[in-house]
Design a protein around this ligand. Structure first.
Ligand SMILES: [Zn+2]
Ligand SMILES: [Zn+2]
Length: 144
C-alpha cells in the first residue's frame, strides 16, 4: 500500500484523515466518480461531509496526486495513475472504463497536421467500444 501521508507531504499538503482516506479510495477504485469516492470515505470516516470530500478531491487533483478525467457523457472520474499520458477505453453500453497506455509513449500522443501555431503538450484520446461483458451478451443475442 502506498504511503499516502508521504504523498501528501511531498505535495506540501497537510496530512489529514480525510485526505488520506480520499487518496486511498481513489487508489483502490480506479476511475471512480465522486459519489463512489464519497461512499468509500464515509465507511472509514463516519460523518465526513460531502463538501469536505469535494474539497479534498480538488486539493489533491490540483497538487497532481490524483488525475481527474471527464469522458464525454460521463460525470467526473478520478484515478491515482498520474503523469504517464495514458488514455481510456470506454464501453458505449455500460460505461465501464479501462486504461490504455499512451500509443506513442509520451505526450502529445498525436501530432496535429496543423497546430495553428499552438505549442501542443497533450492529446486526450478516448477509445470507444464494447467491454468484454457487453460484447459477449450482444453476440449471444444476435446469434442465438
Ligand atoms: Zn460494457
Ligand atoms: Zn486511467
Amino acid at each position: 500500500m502506498p504511503d499516502y501521508a508521504e504523498q501528501l507531504r511531498g505535495a506540501e499538503l497537510r496530512v489529514t484523515r480525510p485526505r488520506v482516506a480520499v487518496l486511498e479510495a481513489v487508489h483502490t477504485r480506479p476511475h471512480a466518480d465522486t459519489e463512489t469516492i464519497f461512499g468509500a470515505v464515509r465507511t472509514v470516516l463516519d460523518g465526513v461531509s460531502r463538501q469536505a470530500v469535494y474539497d479534498v478531491l480538488h486539493a489533491v487533483t490540483a497538487a497532481g496526486l490524483v488525475r481527474r478525467i471527464q469522458p464525454p457523457g460521463s460525470v467526473a472520474r478520478y484515478e491515482s495513475r498520474v503523469g504517464d499520458n495514458h488514455h481510456h477505453v470506454i464501453c458505449r453500453s455500460c460505461g465501464a472504463i479501462a486504461d490504455v497506455d499512451c500509443a506513442v509513449g509520451e505526450a502529445p500522443c498525436l501530432t496535429p497536421s496543423d497546430d495553428s501555431g499552438f505549442l501542443v503538450d497533450e492529446a486526450e484520446v478516448v477509445y470507444w467500444g464494447l467491454c468484454p461483458d457487453c460484447s459477449t451478451s450482444q453476440t449471444s443475442r444476435s446469434n442465438p
